[in-house]
Write a protein that binds this ligand. Structure first.
Ligand code: ADP
Length: 525
């Protein structure tokens, strides 16, 4: 145990040192570019590096940010307290940014529009305001800048940090999180051609002298290439192309070249930053939209494959049962005993029920997706629903050799959608029998002050911690198709039902020991 701790500790220490170095070096580079008052600069890549590092590798790496920001400002001539305050502001910026992104369930693969938007609003705009406010405020408090310079300094600070989050952070996010990119012929050649053209045009635009305007020297010439990158190479294309354009544009503008040159460098950079920010946001959003569309197509294809397989298997078995029965009856031979006939019809019924359940799930999905999903509330006794569900599934439970115990504590009435709750309870008990065959199942209801708790516990195969969040998603399954049938829709539908009632569903499980699903349902009404 101790050895593991030491290894982890030294790994963290190494990561903190690396983060510190990356911060320090890129910050020094940023400060070279005409910093306002010597500290606030319009190019500040460390913000993006720290946001990505703290989000991807853990917020415990914050000392790397603090040390980097503190020392770089001390080296730039800030007094000890001012450097410390600025360092604290920059650290807080990264911590809050990473925390906000986690809360928003941001996915660093940047394959959904909501992720691109979260990065822009929570990272680039919100978290950076903290460091700009604290940084400019401490410079003012320390007497480094006059009051008149407070806003220009804060603005430069904010924009510089913003671009770090829009250009540098996505580059790290995507290349570390590695979204999927389907291989296709001549892909490398296309990438090289695209990068070559992008670099050539960027150099022409941002490397030309300001007095030499030409049709191809307009800044927006780079947009078709950014879109090409986003459309064909998804998030990889968007972040890489955005980075290349930014590097060339900043270098050109710093050398007083290109369309954004104004009287002073900080003014020029201000105009350039606005352009680069808009370009980065456009490319990120387009790439996310394209990725979303292609993933939807993948999910649909996979779903169709599973659906045809899942529906055909019970149907084939059902037909076989019916044919065998018919054959026996037609032959008119010694008619089977009553018991045998009953047991045969029972298994036929099981198959038909399973088919019915699958079709029900499919219909439910389309209803939810099309937004026709509002609970129809009425006075419901949850205990009665559980009894009914157990009666409905009696045969399956017997077949799975699962003894069920049911416990009720307190008042368990509320205003809910009766049919939907039937479905929810059926799903949870059905899963307990399916994945916990041969073991007992415990169902418990507990009336609490504002809500009712429903717990379904089994002692079956359990769910690996890595899969526990995923199983509530659409079509997600944690077992092989060979061993267990199913669409992977039951828990997703259950979650939709619970959330439509304003409640929550959670899971505690360990592989081999069983699972407990808990549903908290506010009484409503
Ligand atoms: P399905 O059972 O049709 O695959 P669900 O959405 O009901 O779909 O469940 C999703 C996945 O969650 C299942 O494929 C299975 O891996 C896992 N799972 C659900 N309930 C249990 C349970 N009680 N015990 C173990 N695994 C479960």
């Amino acid at each position: 145990m101790e050895r593991v701790d030491i290894r982890r500790w030294s790994k963290d220490a190494l990561a903190i040192v690396l983060l510190f170095l990356a911060y320090f070096v890129t910050a020094r580079f940023g400060l070279l570019l005409d910093a306002v008052a010597g500290f606030a600069t319009l190019v500040w890549p460390p913000t993006g590096i720290s946001l990505a590092a703290l989000f991807l590798f853990g917020r415990r790496l914050w000392p790397g940010v603090l040390a980097g920001a503190f020392l770089v400002n001390l080296a730039a001539g800030a007094s000890f307290p001012v450097a410390l305050a600025i360092g604290a502001g920059n650290t807080l910026e990264a911590l809050v940014g990473a925390w906000l992104l986690r809360r928003a369930r941001f996915d660093p693969q940047l394959e959904r529009i909501e992720d691109a938007i979260a990065l822009v609003l929570l990272g680039a705009i919100a978290s950076t305001a903290i460091s700009a406010a604290i940084g400019a405020g401490s410079l003012r408090a320390g007497g480094t800048i006059p009051s008149a310079m407070l806003w220009p300094t804060a603005r430069a600070w904010w924009l510089g940090d913003m671009l770090g989050d829009l250009v540098v952070a996505p580059l790290i996010f995507v290349w570390v999180a590695r979204p999927r990119l389907a291989r296709r012929g001549l892909m490398v050649a296309e990438a090289v051609l695209l990068l070559g053209l992008l670099a050539t045009f960027s150099l022409r635009v941002f490397g030309g002298t300001a007095h030499e305007p030409g049709l191809l020297r307009q800044a927006y010439i780079v947009f078709p290439f950014l879109l090409w990158a986003a459309l064909r190479f998804g998030p990889y294309g968007a972040v890489t192309a955005g980075f290349v354009v930014s590097v060339i544009a900043i270098a050109g503008t710093a050398m007083r070249l290109g369309p954004f040159v104004q009287d002073t460098l900080s003014e020029s950079l201000l105009y350039l930053q606005t352009f680069l920010g808009v370009a980065a946001v456009t490319a990120l959003t387009v790439a996310a939209a394209i990725a979303e569309r292609s993933r939807a197509a993948d999910v649909r294809d996979e779903f169709l494959a599973i659906a045809s397989h899942e529906l055909r298997t019970p149907l084939t078995a059902l037909l076989l049962h019916i044919q065998t029965g018919l054959l026996r009856l037609r032959r008119g031979g010694p008619t089977a005993g009553r018991d045998e006939a009953v047991s045969q019809l029972e298994s036929t019924q099981r198959l038909a029920l399973r088919l019915g359940k699958l079709i029900g799930e499919l219909l439910e999905v389309s209803r939810i997706v099309w937004g026709r999903f509002k609970p129809e509330r009425e006075d419901v006794d949850l205990a009665a629903l559980v009894h009914e569900s157990l009666a409905r599934q009696e045969q399956q439970l017997q077949h799975a050799r699962c003894a069920v115990s049911f416990e009720v504590e307190g008042a368990v009435r509320g205003y809910w959608d009766r049919r939907r709750l039937d479905q929810l309870i059926d799903n949870l008990i059905g899963n307990a029998a399916k994945y916990g065959a041969g073991k007992p199942i415990e169902v418990r209801l507990q009336g609490r002050a504002g809500d009712v708790l429903l717990e379904v516990r089994d002692h079956g195969i359990g769910i690996d911690p890595a899969d526990q969040a995923r199983v509530f998603e659409r079509f997600e399954r944690a077992v092989s198709r060979k061993h267990f049938g199913g669409f992977g829709l039951g828990l997703w539908i259950s979650r939709q039902i619970v959330e439509a009632h304003g409640g929550s569903i959670s899971l505690v499980s360990s592989p081999g020991a069983g699972s407990t699903f808990s549903v908290a349902l506010p009484r409503g009404g």
